[in-house]
Design a protein around this ligand. Structure first.
Ligand code: URA
Length: 289
């Protein structure tokens, strides 16, 4: 049975999980907009109040009597272990990803995977868009609110800029580009993904690249480039420098590029992204010659 909540101050509703799993309940609270704890001690409000005592004057029991001092105030209850934020770990993801032998199977494996709070707080799995098997594969960072709602990557304002950038270089997701992200689920509140979450998602991304088998890979933004190249270098230094990504026995040429969301904030850098896209176009022509 699903219990519906009236919604948070933004009028949004979220399904109240009927399980007593603390991770699910916490995810629900966060989805409803709770962002702080209001007491230091947990209170068990389901416990029956202390029995009423007889009053001195009447000998009648009164429901309004104060409880004895030792039962006043919140009763501490033993903390139960809370499920980790990441949920499944990288090893579980590696074996789930390895068992998938097609893009459809990989999607099904991710739908069945316990992705912990990351997955439970998202509305949809954002697997991919574009042409499966296309020569160019883009890996972005993570779905935002629009992508989470629609279940497809890059459908919001960054996606619109991405489409214009691709069109200017003679590419499109309808024709010759396949698109995915490092994270297939939207992080709550668009938080920057932490290392544990990236480590959990990376086996799926690597298997995704292997199964999609592109001729070249474009890594949009620092999160994507750093995760796939296992480097701590920032995107400003990485962009425009070709790398090689060994995936499934193949060495795939891979180019880091500024993320469209970053270009929306720093429009003066669009020229560099344009130069990188042209380099990708030329590299592709060489590979296809
Ligand atoms: N930004 C990304 O990196 N990916 C999306 O899907 C949307 C915005």
């Amino acid at each position: 049975m699903i219990v519906r909540h009236k919604g948070n101050q933004y009028g949004m509703t979220a399904e109240l999980p009927h399980s007593s799993d603390p991770g699910s309940l916490l995810a629900w609270q966060l989805a409803m907009g709770a962002d702080e704890a209001i007491g230091d001690e947990p209170q068990d409000r389901f416990t029956a109040p202390a029995p009423a005592r007889a009053t001195a004057a009447t000998g009648q029991s009164s429901p309004y009597q104060s409880p004895p001092p030792e039962t006043r105030g919140p009763r501490p209850i033993a903390a139960k272990p809370v499920q980790s934020i990441a949920g499944g770990n990288a090893d579980a993801a590696t074996s789930a990803a390895a068992g998938a032998n097609s893009l459809e199977e990989l999607k099904a494996a991710m739908e069945a995977f316990d992705g912990g709070l990351l997955k439970r707080s998202a509305k949809n799995l954002v697997f991919s868009d574009g042409v499966a098997g296309a020569p160019v594969m883009i890996v972005g960072e993570a779905p935002g609110a629009d992508e989470d709602r629609v279940g497809k990557p890059f459908v919001g304002v960054s996606g619109q800029l991405l489409d214009r950038m691709l069109a200017a270089a003679g590419m499109s997701r309808e024709e010759n580009v396949y698109i995915s992200n490092i994270l297939p689920w939207r992080p709550l509140g668009n938080r920057a993904p932490d290392d544990a979450v990236i480590a959990m998602c990376l086996p799926f991304v690597r298997r995704h690249i292997e199964l999609a088998s592109p001729k070249l890979l474009l890594m949009f933004g620092g999160v994507s480039a750093k995760a796939l190249l296992a480097t701590t270098e920032g995107i400003t230094r990485l962009r425009g420098r070709w790398k090689t990504l060994p995936v499934g026995g193949r060495d795939i040429p891979a180019l880091p590029i500024f993320h469209p969301a970053y270009l929306l904030r720093q429009p003066h850098l669009k020229g560099l992204a344009w130069r990188d896209l042209l380099a990708a176009k030329h590299r592709l022509a060489e590979l296809e010659a």
